[in-house]
Design a protein around this ligand. Structure first.
Ligand code: B12
Length: 289
């Protein structure tokens, strides 16, 4: 499988999300509390996803906590992505447009690192649907070796959350790495490793080896089946034999959660006004200023 060609600029939102799409506010990324982010100045660009439609994903506490923490890290930004409903998914496929993050409206391929909350088993198939819509190879082994600052390199794809933590193995082939336990302290540490790798032009495999040294990070490609047929053992001496499941310290808690999710009635109101007045175009202009 070849790695998809990079399409890194914001999608043509007006042609994708218009009167034919239900609840367009789901995709606008313009909720109360969203702040402008400096794409060019950011050394590491994250997208986090709770892989469900917006109403389920956007209200998930863990997802918004981790998003808020990453946006407080200097020099890094974090956007969000959700599973599009069937109407937008079909339109993306018909128009051959890649799935995008809701705030920057950039294709998910444009990010350095894309993290999914895997909070129940069936969320896994939604992740595959999102990767497919984003034109990102489904298997970690098909994502090439280019360093992340090569524009053709797909983002690092990883998962965290209760299901990923309790048994990552059924999903291992799809992820470059899996984060075990709470993400509050782990994600900023991962961000530092990724920033360093980008600054030094490290290959994807060298970066993954570095990430494997971070407590709480499991890199499946560095492990294989043990001689007993059930255990998982390191394939190289540098990979730790046991990986910690992290617990957030009390100091990392107690943040206010932003953004506030767009409620159904508001989404519908916004959808109606978009259709009638073209507010969407004005809002887009404001967002781009
Ligand atoms: C609230 C809740 C719900 C709400 C979710 C609403 C919402 N939008 O958030 C509702 C009622 C909708 C719900 C539904 C379901 N739930 Co529920 N739910 C919970 C519950 C009680 C709390 C989750 C929570 O908010 N925790 C607080 C946040 C801060 O913690 P967190 O989510 O765990 O996130 C932290 C870490 O996990 C980690 N993390 C999370 N995401 C990521 C991502 C990355 C990249 C990283 C690094 C880390 C990371 O960092 C976060 C911060 O520390 C948990 C049980 C529990 N005590 O955790 C069950 C739980 C998650 N649910 C579960 C299940 C099974 C379901 C359903 C499938 C039930 C059903 N049969 O329909 C559905 C699936 C819904 C869906 N489509 O996603 C199971 C999952 C079991 C499993 N191993 O898969 C749990 C664990 C309960 C259980 N013990 O059985 N649920």
């Amino acid at each position: 499988m070849t790695v998809a060609s990079p399409r890194l600029e914001p999608v043509d939102f007006d042609s994708l999300v218009n009167a034919g799409i239900n609840r367009p506010a789901r995709y606008m990324g313009h909720e109360l509390g969203v702040e402008p982010r400096d794409w060019q100045a950011s050394r590491v660009r994250w997208a986090l996803s709770y892989p469900e439609i917006y109403e389920v994903g956007g209200s998930n506490q863990g997802h918004i906590i981790l998003y808020s923490i990453l946006n407080a890290v200097p020099g890094q930004l974090c956007d969000r992505a959700y599973l599009p409903a069937q109407d937008l998914a079909q339109r993306l496929r018909d128009l051959r447009q890649p799935l995008f993050a809701v705030e920057s409206r950039r294709p998910l391929q444009a990010f350095d690192i894309l993290g999914f909350s895997l909070c129940y088993e069936l969320g896994a198939t939604n992740i595959l649907e999102m990767l497919d819509l984003a034109e990102i190879p489904l298997l970690a082994s098909d994502r090439g070796h280019q360093p992340l600052n090569d524009l053709a390199a797909p983002p690092l794809i990883f998962a965290g959350g209760p299901t990923a933590t309790s048994n990552p193995e059924p999903y291992a082939a799809f992820f470059d790495f899996v984060a075990l336990g709470d993400g509050e302290e782990l994600l900023p540490e991962i961000g530092l490793v990724v920033a360093d790798a980008k600054a030094n032009g490290l290959s994807r495999s060298s970066l993954l080896q570095d990430l494997a040294q971070v407590p709480g990070v499991y890199v499946p490609s560095l492990y294989g089946q043990g001689s007993d047929g059930t255990s998982i053992v390191p394939l190289e001496p540098a990979a730790p034999a046991k990986i910690l499941r992290l617990e957030a310290s009390i100091d990392s808690m107690g943040r206010s959660l932003k953004p506030v999710q767009v409620q159904h009635w508001l989404a519908e109101q916004m959808g109606e006004s978009l259709r009638m007045t073209g507010v969407q175009r004005q809002e887009l202009k404001l967002l781009r200023c």
